[in-house]
Ligand binder design. Sequence first.
Ligand code: 5AD
Ligand code: SF4
Length: 360
Amino acid sequence: MKFSRNLSRESIIRFLEGGGPDSELFKAAREVLLESAGSSVFLRGIIELSNDCRKNCFYCGLRRDNKTFSRYTIPFNEVINAFDSGYAKGLRSFLLQSGELLGALHIDHVEKILHWVSRNLEGVRMVLSMGELPMESLERLREAGAHRYLLRIETSSRELYERFHPDDGLHEYDDRLRSLQMIRASGWQTGTGVLIGLPGQTAENLADDLLFMKELDIDMCGMGPYLEHEQTPLWNRRSELRHWEERELLTLRMISLLRILLPTANIAATTALQTLDPEGLEKGLMAGANVVMPNLTPMKYRKDYNLYQGKVHVEDTLDEVLKILENRCSAIGRDVELGNPGDPLHFSNRIKEQVGDWTE
Ligand code: 5AD
Ligand code: SF4
């Protein structure tokens, strides 16, 4: 059977519903990846800088109203020590992630870390994922040396967005969309993503998520399965969830379809996917992902960064983690690219196009 890469909304829905042979879909996505971005796997060392958050999303364990764990912010010295050791092992891209915090102290803290990285670690790309920040904060952080921003739209359906967030003026679909568009328009390498397998979410919703990402022409994507958490309102609806194997298959199909729609984007095999299945890493990469995010958060904080239940907390040292990653990737014919910040080809191409446009 010849696989057509022209994906209409109807054919995307059909694949998501399991109507097309998955093996053909995954193979086509792998071919697209090899032809366009190559077989390399890029690493981002992630630091979960703070688990504090002003928001209250119904699906997330870090939501403001969950008082069952302690909130932390990792001090400057511990963050830079972690980056330093990651850098020494060849990591050239780091992601700072936290809940959404708008306070001056938080922004100052991030800015100070970024300044340190700019001065001390040559050739590093810094990625931020800290929610909807005002334009002034984003500008400051970009000037301090950050290049990439990840803001998941979570779901591109306004109706679903409203169903899974409180109606309190703080969780507006339009605000999130505007924030993402503003990030994209102001020159960041831009990433987004969605939750897959939310109760009541249909194949049509997910197809629209993919077309949304294509339309926005994003550079990076991190999307993973929704995983339940006992201390959240959505826990009550767990009987409506698809079985974990189905959520995993949906995630893999989403990765492949997005790879075909956006051949040169960076797409992550997410921690949530790896939490669902010990072989999630290999399966994600085989479906067309090309980014993995080893966790650099100091061990003592990790148990308190629980977006969902069952998050894997590997006790291995960074050396061991990288060795294991290299072995697992090479077993499926993929090379981990150390010493390379792994800019999404998609971003360089679109910048080239823009420069071309200006000079014409
Ligand atoms: N399951 C999976 N992912 C989740 N996130 C938040 N809660 C969950 C959950 N229960 C994701 C959101 C958010 C990111 C930081 O974590 O997509 O953007
Ligand atoms: Fe906060 Fe993000 Fe969790 Fe929502 S998903 S509660 S914004 S950390």
